[in-house]
Design a protein around this ligand. Structure first.
Ligand code: NAP
Length: 281
């Protein structure tokens, strides 16, 4: 058996069209949508992603303004730059991981919740947990989007998420609960992880360990969604958290590259456009 591919590129192309239409309508209404991105100057991956968001934004009609800050920046100086950068834009994204001297919780709380396109402010995380409208982290939204694109009936299915980060695993838990799936969330202290994963009809993986999830983790026919993004210098591209050999067992598999990543990009841009739309007086 070979799993059906969940085509993130095709889905991203559809989202690109709807994003372009939304950006156009905002401009017609006199709003020039803008997203600011803050990343540490030494954060090679973060700066490269910021540049790729800038290019993707340009293609749909959203201005993306990346700003670098010194890696050794003090918390007070960072707070000031964040406030200055947030002025005159509709969305703000702070790249992670932050330099270790910065307090992630403090940074999350300093972002204006109305501009919080990555859904990290406690207000947005709380609203999501209550099932109320909020900005939702784009990677978690992307995984749900890919899952729904399979057209598989979710009623009666069991989900397992591997990873409990605030930007992927935890928000995805809320999204899958809202779809009425019973959900188990696993992490580094879960005993017998392969056995727990084998109970899943829907297995979502966001751990940051290249190809850790092998066929022995997967129930035959399961839908497997891979958020992993592990850069491989030798290969010159990213590897997922899921071993491609899983395709021999799974019913559906989102590839890396070409799965969660491109959809996440468009959904992040969409969040910025919605922030601009909400800013209308
Ligand atoms: P993170 O904050 O480092 O969280 C990793 C999670 O995985 C933690 O909950 C950790 O458990 C768990 N974990 C680590 N090792 C494990 C193991 N051996 N067994 C079971 N669980 C384990 O990472 P993240 O930000 O969620 O990112 C996860 C992956 O998704 C990374 O590859 C990242 O690059 C990728 N990502 C992709 C996108 C995209 O758009 N494609 C966006 C964001 C992230 P503990 O909580 O117990 O430590």
């Amino acid at each position: 058996m070979s799993a059906e591919k969940i085509d993130g590129k095709a889905l991203a192309n559809k989202l690109k069209e709807s994003n372009t239409a939304l950006a156009t309508s905002l401009k017609e209404a006199g709003i020039e949508p803008k997203l600011a991105i803050l990343s540490a100057e030494g954060d090679i991956a973060g700066n490269s992603y910021a540049r790729s968001l800038k290019r993707a934004g340009k293609r749909i009609g959203l201005t993306v303004e990346p700003t670098g800050y010194p890696d050794a920046i003090a918390q007070d100086d960072f707070d000031r730059i964040l406030k200055e950068t947030s002025r005159g834009v509709h969305g703000v994204l702070v790249m992670r991981p932050l330099p270790e001297q910065l307090d992630p919780a403090m940074v999350d709380s300093l972002i204006d919740p109305l501009k919080d396109v990555d859904g990290v402010h406690p207000q947005n995380a709380g609203l999501l947990a209550l099932g109320r409208p909020s900005f939702i982290p784009a990677t978690a939204r992307s995984i749900l989007h890919l899952l729904k694109s399979t057209g598989v009936e979710l009623k009666g299915k069991r989900a397992v998420i591997v990873g409990r980060s605030p930007t992927v695993g935890k928000p995805l838990l809320q999204l899958l609960l809202a779809e009425h799936l019973p959900v188990t969330v696993c992490h580094s202290r879960t005993a017998d992880l392969p056995a727990v994963c084998r109970e899943a009809d829907v297995l979502a993986v966001a751990i940051g360990r290249a190809r850790m999830v092998t066929p022995e983790f997967v129930k035959p026919g399961a839908i497997v969604l891979d958020a992993g993004f592990n850069w491989d210098d030798e290969l010159g591209h990213e590897l997922g958290d899921v071993d491609p050999a899983v395709a021999e067992v799974a019913g559906w598999l989102s590839p890396v590259p070409g799965g969660v990543g491109p959809v996440t990009t468009q959904l992040l841009l969409e969040n910025a456009l919605v922030a601009a739309q909400n800013s209308r007086p």
